[in-house]
Structure formats: structure tokens, C-alpha cells
Design a protein. Structure first.
Length: 738
């Protein structure tokens, strides 16, 4: 009886234990299920984000590759037109008695081809050159077919072409003593295309090839690191693994059909992006390889950060939902559950809104930059083409050159805005503390803006008050950039017949600090009240239908605001549509109680005649520009292609041979900083005293500091301003200044 009673009691207690077990298991099972769902969702989101970034990176690389092909296409058109012009010149007069080679020399001189050589071919495939006739040329039968343009790569079968031949069939043969001339052509050394790939846009780790429709290599860009050495690039990729759904067959079709395409693959253990871009008017395709870690350096960090953020949110959601289920099952804290759920939904909505806003801002910026950069590039290329077609019309060529100069300046300002914004956002911009004269600063700004309003019916009114402390310590470069930006906007947005006021006054002095007010007011188009709160945001531009008339990146005022903040100042704006705008800047500066008595003298090129300079520059085009600029004012130039050559020339010259050295910084063999230190360390008197001036595209404050620390006397940034260069040369190379 007692045992039976015990069994009945156990049977009654079993349902209670089972209920408690389910109450313990259900919340945990629900949380585990949610964790699995969150993990799967996060993985799917990662794959989606990875695919999206792959498409953006491919698009970015294809866009850059298309710019490279545009340079090649322009060169191809130029030499094709040169071949046609050579054929026309051949018929302008009969060949001289000396023979066809003399006539070719005359045509060569008339065309002034820098990299090309004029050639002629007779009906027997015999080649005629300015240096004389040849017995024949390999592969000549390939272009004796009357085609307008044909590129024949003279290969050594290892894959690297040495020259490219552009052939034009004559309208009618020309009888000469040796036979009948049927074709004219221009042979071009492939090194002319090297310059198309020399821009270091991928940290020097990109690899560029030119192939035919079968993938055979016609040309390889000369870079520091080796890559694919085989004669056929597509065959060399057979063992590669393509990712994101790509395959080698697709790349082969793109090359064969001359289509633009982008793929990602694994080559020798490293992931690369490859872009295929056809060169119009030829049978060539440009293949550009860039390591994924280089092309996606910024986006990879963005993707990882996003995944971490989403994972944290997913984990938070799982935890919160677990709490919700637990509270529901245990009938506790209903209000608290509802509040947690609302908060979670709000966080998710805010995260989604922030992501959408960032995506829209990025898309708008890329769209605007694409438009604004293409506009001056189109002007430069278009005016160049017009000039080449009108070489005999001096007035037309001069007009084209002026427009090319204007478009180049606009393009440079766009690039500078983007670079300035990038450096500010990365925290690399610092404020200098150097002696400056506020009056001279204002005068310089007026001089610069005066050039912009020349030819327009605009009045620039200067209202400069008395300054108790005009000499201060501050960042003259960045403050001038701020004022030029504000004044430039006033000029840009003020129609002819308007007025611009430029005012400056000293507000107060507080101990060792003086406060200045700088004000720019105009009678321009003005701005809508709803736009004013966003005027200092990056990429912010008022949508008034004026982007065609008033172009820009939308970064100028944001950069201005950040520079003023770094200086400890303030900027305010008031504006009315149709009535104009007024910008007010208040800036502090430390008072200079012992100002410099004299500053750098004004100089002209006429004072430099007879000066002997050693010009160190590795880029032939930059060398030619600097040589012309200096020789035009009577300076005697000795050239050196790199730092080592400069050291050798200086060491092998008697003391006093040179009055100064113009030194580039980034050069092969030996850079400019190392060359300067080597010269300064020589055991000869002029090694310590000869003026050395940096003439480089490294233009930021830390670059100037490195030049001075290496032993240089001054720094001039590229693009070179001739007046500034002459001023620096006159100041530093003048007797008594060494």
C-alpha cells in the first residue's frame, strides 16, 4: 500500500516537473533560433555588400582604364592624321633631284614629330626613310591593303613591341626613280605610350598591358614590380581562379569583341581586379591589373566596419528579443518589453536612414565629380583636336591654347579641392605659425582677384581700415586660400554691372592676440534661406538650375569653414536671393612685436640673364617647360635626368660653375632629398653655399619642411608659376644672399 501511494504521488509531480522544464527550455530555444537567423542574415548581408563593392570597384577601375585608352586613342588619331598629312605634303611638290629620302627629310621637318618617323613604301614593299631606302620590311604585306589606319607591332615574339606603324594609302601612286610610291606612314616608338600609364594612381602597384584580340601582348607598361611575362596574357591566366561568377571565357570574349569588362581573380595566391578597355580606331585592348587590397583599401575598411556594426545590431536584437520572449513567457514587465522593442526599431530605422543618406551623398558626389571633371577634360581634348586640325591658322590655334589653359586651371582647382578635403578629414592638415603682414595679405588677394574680373564690368571696392597690429604670426597660405575662395565665389556669382566690397579691420587686442574682421559683400544672385544652414556641409550645392553656369565640387565653403575652425576663428553668412551675399570672417592672430624689416623683393625675368643653373628633372615634358621658361629670360641651363646625375655633374664641375640648382624630389636612381644631402656633405666650399631650390609637385607643408631639413633653401610647387620662380631665384641667388 505504501509503495502504491508513492507511485501515485510521483505521477502527480511529473507534469509539474515537465512544465517547469518546458518553461526553462522554450526561451532558450527561441533565443538560439533567433541567433541562427541573425547569423544567416548577417552572412547574406555580407555577401550582398561584397557583391555591391565588387561592382563599384570594377566600375571604378573600368572608368580609370577608359581614361588611359582615351590618351592612346588621341595619340593614334594624331599619328594617323600625321600619316595622312605626310601623304598630302608628298604631292605638294615633286621629289627633289637628291631623291625620295631628301623629300622625306623635308616632310619630317615640317611635321616636327617628336616621337615619330615618316616612311614611304613602293609597290614592291620597299621602305623609304629620311635616312635612305631599305630592302624591305617584315610584315609589310599586312598593311598594303588600302586601310586608313593599321597598327603593326614589330615584336620579338617575347611579347614587347618596339614600334607601331600607322599607314595611309595614297590616293594615287607617285612615280620616283626607284619605283612607284603607294603608301605613306609614320613609325612611332612605343615609349610614347609609356606616359599614358605613368600616373601613380594605385601606389605604383598597377600593371598595364596592351594586347590584340587574341590576348597576345603588344606592349607592357614598365613598372617596378614584375607580373605576367608570357607572350599571351589570356593563356597565362588559365590556372587562375575567377571569383564573383567571372570566368576566363568571359574575359576572352570581352577582348575578342573589344568590349569593356571587369573581373576579379586569384593569381599566384593574390586577388586582383582586371579591367578590359578597347582602344577605339585600333585592334588593341588595354588590360589593367590592380591588387584588390590596393583598389579596395578604403571600401574594405568600410565593409568590415559595416559588418561589425550590423553584427552588433543583430546581436543586440537577438538579446533584446530573447528578453522579450522570456518576459512574455514569465508574464513580467510587459511595458518594459514594449519600450525595448520600440527602442530597437528606432535604432534600426536610424541606422537604415544613415546608411541611405551616406549612399545618396556618395552617389551625388560621384555624379557631380564625374560631370565637373569630364567638362574641362573635354575642353582640353576638344581644343587640342581643333588646334591640330588648324595648325596653319595662328589666331585659331592661339584661341584654342587660351581655352586649354583655362580648362586646365579649372581642372586643377577641382583636384585641389578634393585633395584639401581628403587631408582635412584625415587630420593631416596643420596650421602654420609664420610672420605675416595682414595689409600685404589683403593687397595680394586683391591682385589675384583683379585678374579674374579683368574684362568684366565688375567693381571691386577696397575698404581697409587702420590696423593697430598689422604684423602677426599666422598661416598666411591657408588664410589667403580662404579669402580667395570667398572673393572668387563673389566674382563667380555676381553678374556684370555688379559691385563687390572687400573690407578689413582690427576688432580688438587681447594680450598677445589681435582679432581681425574680414568681410566680402556682393550684389550677386544670392542664396535661398533654406540653403544657408547647409552651405558649409561637404558637397553641398544649391539646386537652383545653375550647375551648368556655376560649376564646382561643392567643397569650397566646407574647406573654408574647416580652415577657419583650425585657426580658431568664425565665419558667418547672410544672403537674399537676387540681392547678394555677405560673408564675415573673424580670425585671431598672435601679435608680432618685432616684424621683419624687409621681405622678398619683387623680381622679373630680366634680372636673371646670365644666371647658370643646374636643372634636375626626370620628366622630359617638365624639363622642356622649365628649360624654355628659364632660357627665355637668359638663364643658362645644364640638365640632369635624376639625383645621381646631378651629384656627378656638380662634383665634376669646378667651384663656381653654377649659381644655383633647381631640384625635383621624386626621381629614379636617386631622389632629390638624397641628392641634396649628398651635395651638402661634399668637402668643397660651394657644396655648403650653393642655393638649392625644390621644384616639385610635393606641395604640402610637411613636404616643404622635409626639403628645408634636407638642406634646401626654398620650395616652389608645380604647376610652376614663372613669376614666383623668378622672384625666388632673384632673392636666393643674388650676391650676398648665399
Amino acid at each position: 500500500m505504501e509503495g502504491q501511494k508513492h507511485q501515485e504521488q510521483a505521477a502527480q509531480e511529473h507534469p509539474e516537473r515537465a512544465g517547469r522544464r518546458w518553461a526553462w527550455l522554450l526561451p532558450r530555444a527561441a533565443v538560439a533560433l533567433l541567433a541562427v537567423v541573425a547569423a544567416v542574415g548577417t552572412l547574406r548581408f555580407y555577401r550582398y555588400l561584397d557583391e555591391t563593392l565588387f561592382r563599384e570597384r570594377s566600375s571604378h577601375l573600368m572608368e580609370i582604364s577608359s581614361k588611359v585608352t582615351e590618351v592612346m586613342e588621341m595619340a593614334a588619331r594624331y599619328y594617323r592624321d600625321s600619316a595622312q598629312i605626310a601623304g598630302n605634303l608628298l604631292f605638294q611638290s615633286h621629289p627633289p633631284e637628291e631623291g625620295i629620302d631628301q623629300r622625306l627629310r623635308e616632310i619630317q621637318g615640317t611635321l616636327a614629330l617628336r616621337f615619330g618617323t615618316v616612311l614611304a613604301f613602293d609597290e614592291n614593299q620597299r621602305l623609304y626613310a629620311p635616312e635612305g631606302a631599305s630592302a624591305g620590311v617584315a610584315g609589310a604585306v599586312a598593311f598594303i591593303g588600302g586601310e586608313e589606319l593599321r597598327g603593326i607591332a614589330a615584336e620579338d615574339r617575347t611579347g614587347d613591341a618596339s614600334s607601331i606603324l600607322f599607314i595611309n594609302t595614297l590616293a594615287e601612286p607617285l612615280e620616283v626613280e626607284e619605283g612607284r610610291i603607294t603608301h605613306m606612314g609614320v613609325a612611332v616608338d612605343v615609349s610614347v605610350f609609356q606616359q599614358a600609364f605613368d600616373a601613380d594612381i594605385f601606389q605604383g602597384r598597377s600593371h598595364v598591358y596592351v594586347v590584340d584580340d587574341g590576348g597576345s601582348r603588344l606592349y607592357r607598361h614598365i613598372c617596378e614590380q614584375g607580373f605576367i611575362d608570357g607572350p599571351n596574357l589570356l593563356d597565362a591566366l588559365k590556372s587562375c581562379r575567377f571569383v564573383h561568377g567571372g570566368e576566363l571565357a568571359g574575359l576572352r570574349r570581352a577582348v575578342a569583341d573589344r568590349e569593356s569588362a571587369g573581373y576579379e581573380l586569384v593569381y599566384q595566391g593574390e586577388r586582383y581586379f582586371v579591367a578590359s578597355a578597347p582602344v577605339e580606331g585600333t585592334g588593341w585592348t588595354v588590360l589593367t591589373f590592380v591588387p584588390t587590397q590596393v583598389l579596395g583599401a578604403g571600401t574594405t575598411a568600410f565593409m568590415n566596419t559595416t559588418i561589425i556594426f550590423i553584427s552588433v545590431i543583430a546581436a543586440a536584437v537577438v538579446v533584446m528579443m530573447g528578453l522579450v520572449i522570456s518576459f512574455v513567457l514569465t508574464k513580467r514587465g510587459d511595458r518594459r518589453l514594449i519600450e525595448h522593442q520600440r527602442q530597437a526599431n528606432r535604432l534600426l530605422r536610424e541606422a537604415a536612414d544613415a546608411a541611405n543618406a551616406a549612399s545618396v551623398a556618395k552617389s551625388d558626389f560621384l555624379s557631380h565629380m564625374s560631370h565637373d571633371i569630364r567638362t574641362p577634360i573635354n575642353g582640353i581634348m576638344g581644343m587640342t583636336d581643333i588646334a591640330l586640325r588648324n595648325l596653319g591658322d595662328r589666331a585659331r590655334v592661339e584661341d584654342c591654347l587660351r581655352k586649354i589653359d583655362s580648362s586646365s586651371g579649372h581642372l586643377l582647382s577641382l583636384v585641389n579641392d578634393v585633395l584639401d578635403m581628403s587631408r582635412i578629414e584625415s587630420g593631416k592638415t596643420s596650421i602654420a605659425r609664420e610672420p605675416m603682414d595682414m595689409r600685404q595679405l589683403a593687397t595680394n588677394c586683391v591682385s589675384i582677384i583683379g585678374g579674374q574680373i579683368e574684362g568684366r564690368r565688375l567693381s571691386l571696392v577696397e575698404e581697409f581700415g587702420e590696423l593697430e597690429h598689422p604684423h602677426v604670426f599666422g598661416d598666411e597660405l591657408h588664410l589667403r586660400q580662404v579669402l580667395i575662395n570667398i572673393l572668387g565665389n563673389a566674382v563667380k556669382f555676381t553678374p556684370d554691372g555688379g559691385t563687390i566690397w572687400f573690407r578689413m579691420s582690427q576688432l580688438r587686442g587681447e594680450g598677445e592676440t589681435a582679432w581681425f574682421r574680414l568681410e566680402v559683400e556682393d550684389t550677386g544672385v544670392g542664396m535661398a534661406p533654406e540653403f544657408l544652414p547647409r552651405i558649409f556641409e561637404p558637397f553641398s550645392q544649391e539646386d537652383g538650375g545653375n550647375r551648368t553656369n556655376y560649376q564646382g565640387t561643392g567643397l569650397g565653403m566646407s574647406i573654408t569653414k574647416k580652415f577657419i575652425d583650425l585657426m580658431g576663428g568664425t565665419i558667418a553668412v547672410r544672403s537674399q536671393p537676387g540681392k547678394g551675399s555677405c560673408f564675415t570672417v573673424e580670425i585671431p592672430a598672435q601679435i608680432d612685436h618685432a616684424p621683419r624689416a624687409a621681405r622678398m623683393d619683387e623680381a622679373s625675368g630680366g634680372e636673371l640673364a646670365g644666371l647658370r643653373l643646374l636643372l634636375v628633372e626626370d620628366n622630359e615634358l617638365n624639363m622642356e617647360i622649365a628649360r624654355y621658361m628659364l632660357e627665355d629670360v637668359g638663364v643658362e641651363i645644364t640638365e640632369a635626368p635624376n639625383g645621381q646625375a646631378a651629384v656627378d655633374i656638380f662634383a665634376g664641375s669646378p667651384p663656381g660653375t653654377f649659381d644655383g640648382i633647381l631640384m625635383d624630389i621624386m626621381m629614379p636612381v636617386m631622389d632629390g632629398l638624397t641628392a641634396t644631402r649628398t651635395i651638402r656633405g661634399m668637402e668643397r666650399e660651394d657644396g655648403q653655399t650653393i642655393p638649392i631650390i625644390a621644384m616639385t609637385a610635393n606641395a604640402y607643408d610637411e613636404d616643404k619642411r622635409k626639403c628645408l631639413e634636407a638642406g634646401m633653401d626654398a620650395h616652389v610647387a608645380k604647376p610652376i608659376d614663372s613669376e614666383l620662380l623668378f622672384q625666388v631665384l632673384s632673392h636666393i641667388t643674388r650676391p650676398g644672399k648665399r
